[in-house]
Design a protein around this ligand. Structure first.
Ligand code: GLY
Length: 363
């Protein structure tokens, strides 16, 4: 059942994305990278993964590497900051990590982004391997080399583009992922269909039962198709000069909602609300029909994603969106649908248009 997706960076082969149902092949792929057993490993994880799976992963690395340490921080977005990075630097220094040594990100998006950023900056760059455990990190954040942390309430404000050496996912871990986190990942997956492939969006609709009951083959096919879409986009535009910005569909308003709700909603839920608002504007501009718009909302609801939010003010959402780093020369680069399965960047929306989109998702 295993699947491999090669990823190039600037037209050269760079790393593999490996989809497996267990960790049995992990060391084969790690050894393929030519590492010596004397190179040190630091597995970076969070408190949830530490309790559940760290020992298993550590013993796999222990079977080859002479020194394997771990660093764990408290699970959640609150830890995604420079304080945690500093603690990790300190740990690496105490254990004499040098340029040959390797970080392993074992967790969801917060762990992957923070570990990648530490790897990018410690000693001006050391290798890192992604072992994403949440659906969202498997289909999105582990691929494409975006690393970073939040800064003073600004999400992902400090970071670097830095590619992993390997992305290895054990899809069986999804069987025990909390339901809300699985649904959060569905936000990014449905996004991939909406921005790039109507056929994939339709496939998601027809395979709803199998996906939501976590049938391994359906989940593997879904993750595989999403990783292919993400891979193609980041290969074409690794540093987000153009096409990669399409992946921000639903994110400009989504990030603002995430911030204004104090991160009490999951990222994918906020993206779902942001996509609902962007779909509304796509309909208002005549790109998609009323029926297509209503169907998008129905599909989101069916997969458990919210399409509206209460307790927030439209003006606040607009202002926070304007402080997002996706602004260019004071303008929001807003992503809209040209059609279902095809997105484009619209940098010319007026505040009035944005307010109407925001109001469409306020309860
Ligand atoms: N998560 C969006 C990107 O990787 O560009």
């Amino acid at each position: 059942m295993s699947k491999i997706i090669p990823v190039s960076y600037e037209s050269k082969p760079c790393y593999k994305i490996v989809l497996e149902q267990d960790f049995e092949q992990l060391m084969e792929y790690v050894k393929e990278l030519g590492y010596r057993s004397s190179q040190k490993i630091c597995i970076v994880t969070d408190s949830n993964l530490e309790a559940l799976h760290l020992q298993e992963l550590k013993s796999i690395f222990d079977s080859y590497f002479e020194k394997v340490i771990s660093f764990s921080f408290s699970a959640g977005e609150e830890s995604k900051n420079l304080d945690t990075v500093q603690k990790l630097y300190e740990e690496l220094i105490i254990h004499h990590f040098d340029r040959q040594d390797i970080l392993v990100a074992f967790g969801g998006g917060v762990v992957g982004d923070l570990t990648g950023f530490t790897a990018a900056t410690y000693l001006r760059g050391i290798d890192f391997i992604q072992i994403p455990t949440s659906l969202l990190s498997q289909v999105d954040s582990s691929i494409g080399g975006k690393t970073g942390v939040d800064f003073s309430q600004y999400k992902n404000m400090v970071g670097a583009f830095y590619q992993p050496r390997l992305v290895y996912m054990n899809l069986s871990l999804l069987q025990t992922l909390p339901k809300e986190q699985f649904i959060s990942g569905m936000g990014e997956i449905l996004k991939h269909g909406l921005i790039k492939s109507k056929a994939y969006f339709e496939w998601m609709k027809s395979n709803y039962e199998a996906i939501m009951s976590l049938e391994p083959e359906a989940v593997e096919e879904m993750v595989y198709q999403s990783c292919l879409i993400k891979r193609n986009v980041v290969e074409n535009d690794p540093k987000e000069k153009g096409e990669r910005a399409l992946l921000n569909f639903g994110h400009t308003l989504g990030h603002a909602i995430e911030k204004l709700s104090d991160f009490s909603l999951f990222h994918g839920q906020c993206v779902g609300i942001g996509m609902a608002a962007a779909a509304y504007l796509s309909k208002e501009l005549g790109h998609i029909s009323e029926n297509e718009y209503m169907e998008i909302l129905d599909v989101f609801k069916h997969f458990g994603l919210p399409v509206s939010v209460s307790g927030l003010l439209a003006q606040d959402i607009l202002e926070v969106s304007k402080s997002d780093k996706k602004m260019v020369a004071g303008k929001i680069k807003f992503i809209l649908l040209e059609a279902v399965g095809c997105a484009y960047i619209n940098p010319n929306l007026t505040d009035g248009q944005l307010m109407s989109a925001i109001e469409s998702v306020l309860k």
